[in-house]
Design a protein around this ligand. Structure first.
Ligand SMILES: [Ca+2]
Ligand SMILES: [Ca+2]
Ligand SMILES: [Ca+2]
Ligand SMILES: [Ca+2]
Length: 430
């Protein structure tokens, strides 16, 4: 099925100068054939107004990952901030299908959805970041869906205060009490002041209403556009990784919170330079037991940085970034998965293609990991590119059709064309 010989195109470069030179010499839109043939053509589904980001997770307990979008063109508190489409794809089908569009109130300018079981009733609840109002920066909607049912039911949102322009939200247990806590990335600061907020979960198990401690704020980078949690220094505590556009860096806050404490304690930020960093995801690319990172760059590519942190140390260390072109521009999302099933973590990125829009079909770029175990520089094969484009503004991955291969879901914001969700089914056959 796949044809690496035809599609091989590795634009890895060592320096920014080389990248710019490649653009100037016609690297972008040069008409070459780098189309991948492992993922199917996208199938489009409607969602709410201006899908800013996309999230996948099983919210009705049928083991099929459902689609949620954060719709940023929402004003006021009664708007349709979150769209939900329940996955009805038959196992093994190459044609994705979803139930009808259901919209839920979240907050003004809803910009990201994350999922976690906040009240320990074994169903995933929704938390959103809302960019539009400081006092309503975070919404939590409790899941009231009947397991296995084909209609999603959520409570009205309960609001919590995040930071200035609460743009992103991630979920993880930061104080090791078994309850998922909240981290937000805040875009309202040019210099990174209070760019990250932490709220610890104090919801009682089975409670109807969620509850969190007030936000504790930490400095990060300017304009948070990427946020992910992972144990960067292998001390068993989840750390915060934040990508920021204006600061052109990835910042790391190391978790020093005492187990069970209700006051978070993070140290940093430690900054690593990348040009116009946006989304971040983590994976151990060189199989040395340390979480490496891939950062999307609005410039039109991705950076891979290998983790060189001494386990247990309080000083994060990463290799110099290695840049990979995505063959598009405004690369705003990245997701790490083993797409070809060889046990090595690959990644996919999306290109909005604002600047080259109508001429580009390369909305998604997939890179396959060929890094030898323990290597100190990454090796990726790609990008293998796919439509949809323009307007591919976010990306997520899960096994949509139950064949054990991770598929791709893309949030689309093309105002003149596709606005909603594109599903690309993975047909890797090796
Ligand atoms: Ca489901
Ligand atoms: Ca917790
Ligand atoms: Ca840690
Ligand atoms: Ca590693």
């Amino acid at each position: 099925m796949k044809n690496y010989d035809k599609a091989r195109a590795n634009f890895r470069t060592g320096t920014l100068l080389a990248c710019i030179a490649m653009v100037l010499t016609g690297c972008v839109g040069d008409g070459g054939d780098y189309s991948g043939d492992v993922f199917m053509e996208p199938v489009f589904f409607d969602a709410g107004p201006l899908v800013w980001t996309i999230t996948l997770g099983d919210i009705n307990g049928d083991d099929k990952p459902d689609v949620m979008t954060a719709n940023v063109l929402t004003t006021g508190l009664s708007a349709n901030g979150v769209s939900v489409r329940l996955n009805t794809t038959p196992v093994g089908s190459m044609i994705p299908t979803f139930g009808p569009l259901a919209n839920f109130q979240a907050g003004p300018a809803t910009s990201q959805v994350a999922l976690a079981d906040f009240n320990d009733d074994n169903v995933l609840d929704i938390v959103t970041a809302n960019s539009g109002n400081i006092g309503h920066g975070i919404s939590v909607l409790m899941n009231r869906t009947v397991l296995g049912d084909e209609t999603a039911v959520f409570t009205e949102p309960k609001f919590f205060r995040g930071g200035a322009i609460t743009h992103l939200v991630s979920v993880g247990d930061l104080n090791a009490d078994g309850k998922p806590d909240l981290v937000t990335g805040n875009a309202g600061t040019a210099v990174g002041r209070n760019a990250v907020s932490v709220l610890l979960n104090i919801t009682e198990p089975g409670a109807v209403e969620p509850d969190f401690t007030p936000a504790t704020n930490y400095d990060g980078g300017g304009i948070s556009e990427g946020l992910v949690l992972g144990d960067i220094n292998n001390d068993g505590k989840l750390d915060i990784v934040e990508g920021n556009t204006l600061g052109s860096s990835v910042t790391i806050l190391l978790n020093q919170t005492v187990d069970g404490a209700l006051t978070p304690n993070f140290i940093g930020p430690t900054k690593f330079r990348v040009l116009l960093g946006t989304a971040v995801d983590l994976g151990d690319f060189n199989q040395d037991g340390r979480l490496d990172m891939v950062v999307a760059s609005t410039f039109g590519g991705t950076y891979v940085l290998l983790n060189e942190t001494v386990p247990g140390e309080l000083e994060p260390a990463f290799s110099k970034p290695t840049f990979y072109f995505t063959r598009g521009d405004v690369t705003e999302g990245v997701v790490v998965r083993d797409f070809d099933g060889d046990g090595l973590l690959d990644y996919a990125a999306n290109n909005n293609n604002i600047f080259t829009f109508k001429f580009k079909r390369d909305g998604v770029a997939v890179y396959y990991n060929r890094t030898p175990q323990g290597a100190d520089t990454p090796v990726f094969d790609g990008p293998y590119t796919y439509s949809p484009s323009p307007g591919a503004n976010s990306i997520a991955s899960a096994d949509i059709n139950g064949d054990d291969l991770p598929d791709l879901a893309v949030g689309m914001v093309d105002p003149g064309g596709n606005n909603g969700v594109a599903i690309l089914i993975n047909t890797e056959s090796e």
